[in-house]
Design a binder for this molecule. Structure first.
Ligand code: CTP
Length: 410
């Protein structure tokens, strides 16, 4: 398993809960963190305990909750210095306007602010408050100060607030806070790199209701985009239709056809450092697209569909290479002679790396949670990544790309 595939595993996280109605969402956040393998110690302000009982957090974290700064027994066992010491990450969720102000002022008069002040670990703040409180100059100055001090923020999000107002102030969804936490814990070895990833299959219209498509779900491409975002890259994800909704942190461009994907990928590739074509792009499209739904009478008893070639996006990018062109990675889905086919595609498409997988095997490739790949590169390197989660494979592919890109620059 690649060490970055789940950056929360075996990490010590302090979850600080301040007093806002969004505190109930911190329960879900806690479950996500512990399920991902983190050990989570919770600290709560007095007002947080008015919204959610400490017992809920204790039962779900399996650890005593730090609720009282002046309890002699708590202070000896889980006092502010003790819980802050050795933490890999501190998350404040929800971070109210009041708590942000007190953290900015360096106060330490409750379990949350005391733990934050005593800690040396990175701090991730997830604000939640009324829109006017968020937009107030006092809060904005506090946020700017905390950012300057190196603290990270996730949210707040726009939407309908608990106070029935509409505006920015909602606590980010627990899944997004957990993803932001994963990013904080990942090495930022792709910071400053601009990456383009294509994902999913394309749909080639026959008429307004029918299309020719393929079995790609977009999981591998999304895993690559998520992995690059976690490692600090600025990522554009060009994706065909998919049922996957979770936020990868990439800028998402949704397309349907190969022609749309070609335009989006080529535009995004200008100035990029790395382009990864993980999409299963249709090689053919119907030559004629009907304006209205094709009826059976028009099709006849055994119709045939005239097809014409789509543009090969990878080959197009590979043929237009200049010195400053991005490092170009293609994927190859084959059912036999996988390695030989990968070498053939490396040459015919003019790319720097082909990541090949055997889609005839049931436990990998299209739609599955795992993958195993062979990697061949234009620098003559060859390696294989054995069966693992698509997140682990994605990090392995990025590792190899970074090595080769570094080599190119030398
Ligand atoms: N690809 C592309 N544009 C296309 C077809 C494929 O950019 N019109 C890219 C894919 O995104 C992938 C690589 O080419 O990165 C190889 O795709 P694959 O389907 O395995 O191979 P094809 O080139 O389509 O060849 P064949 O189907 O004959 O194996």
């Amino acid at each position: 398993m690649h060490p970055l595939a789940n950056p929360l595993t075996d990490r010590r996280i302090v979850l600080c809960v301040a007093g806002g109605i969004a505190a109930y969402k911190s329960v879900d956040l806690l479950r996500r963190l512990t399920r991902a393998g983190a050990s989570v110690q919770v600290a709560m302000t007095k007002s947080a305990q008015e919204f959610v009982g400490a017992l809920t957090f204790q039962a779900l974290s399996g650890q005593a909750v730090f609720t009282d700064l002046f309890d002699t027994q708590q202070d000896a066992e889980i006092g502010h210095v003790r819980i802050a010491d050795g933490a890999d990450l501190m998350i404040v969720a929800p971070a109210t306007a009041n708590v942000l102000a007190r953290i900015t002022a360096g106060m330490a008069n409750d379990p949350v602010t005391a733990a934050v002040l005593a800690g040396r670990a990175p701090i991730l703040l997830a604000p939640a408050m009324n829109v006017n409180m968020w937009e107030n100059a006092a809060t904005q100055v506090n946020v700017a100060t905390l950012v300057e001090r190196g603290m990270r923020f996730v949210g707040p999000e726009p939407g309908v607030l608990a106070c029935k107002w509409t505006g920015t102030g909602r606590l980010s969804e627990p899944a997004d806070i957990a993803e932001a936490a994963a990013r904080v814990l990942c090495p930022q070895d792709m910071a400053g790199l601009k990456v383009v990833v294509s994902a999913g299959g394309t749909q080639e219209a026959l008429d307004p209701v029918r299309f020719l498509g393929n079995r790609s779900t977009g999981k591998m491409g999304r895993a690559l985009a998520r992995a690059a975002v976690r490692r600090g890259a600025s990522v554009t994800l060009v994706t065909g239709p998919t049922s996957l909704t979770e936020d990868t942190g990439a800028t998402r461009i949704a397309i349907h056809s190969a022609a749309q994907m070609c335009e989006a990928v080529c535009t995004a590739s200008a100035g990029a450092d790395l382009v990864i074509m993980a999409a299963a792009v249709a090689d053919y499209k119907p030559t004629d697209v009907a304006n209205g739904k094709l009826k059976k009478e028009a099709w006849g008893p055994s119709p045939s569909i005239a097809l014409s070639r789509t543009e090969d996006i990878l080959a197009k990018l590979g043929s237009e290479r200049l010195e400053a062109s991005p490092y170009l990675i293609g994927f190859a889905a084959d059912t036999e002679n996988v390695e030989a086919a990968a070498r053939g595609k490396l040459a015919s498409k003019g790319c720097d790396m082909i990541v090949a997988n055997d889609v005839s095997l049931p436990d990998r490739g299209f739609g599955s949670e795992e993958n195993a790949v062979e990697i061949v590169t234009s620098a003559g390197h060859q390696s294989s990544l054995s069966l693992a989660s698509k997140d682990a494979i994605a990090h392995g592919v990025l590792d190899q790309a970074l090595r080769e890109m570094g080599g190119q620059k030398l």
